[in-house]
Design a protein around this ligand. Sequence first.
Ligand code: PNS
Length: 162
Amino acid sequence: MIAIYPGSFDPITLGHLDIIERGSRLFKQVIVAVLRNPNKTPLFTVEKRLEQISLSTQHLPNVRVDSFDGLTVKYAQIQQAQVLLRGLRAVSDFEIELQMAHTNNTLSTEIETVFLATSNEYSFLSSSVVKEIARFGGSVDHLVPPHIALDIYQCYNLKSLI
Ligand code: PNS
């Protein structure tokens, strides 16, 4: 089975990578798909995020990185994927994720959403948390891969941490 792991990944965190690694053991192929979202002002361009994710997943031979726009289920159909993979951190994620899964199910009954519970150690972690810490001068070395921490410090001009 082919699984799509869709998201913003601005930037990808160790929590996302935990889901990707575990998903890659469950599915024949995992496609990490970055949404091109014109309504958001991201920290990193889509191209930079694709590069960051490729570098972070190069040890996983059945993981591919791509970008898409429009509906996730349409993209999944084009890729002949059967599964949308999403991580669940806490009950607070559940409401929105369930709504998304139900919405996607109305668009295609062929595609199933599969949730993986995020590992305990990453239950608090999100791209927004990483950006907030870095913006106020904190270290994010324990939250993202080293090359992404450098990218973030560069963005916020935190030369002392580079
Ligand atoms: O990392 P994120 O921002 O939580 O990911 C959200 C994402 C990209 C999975 C979701 O917004 C999405 O699938 N957007 C594409 C548009 C779509 O398919 N909408 C219908 C489902 S609500």
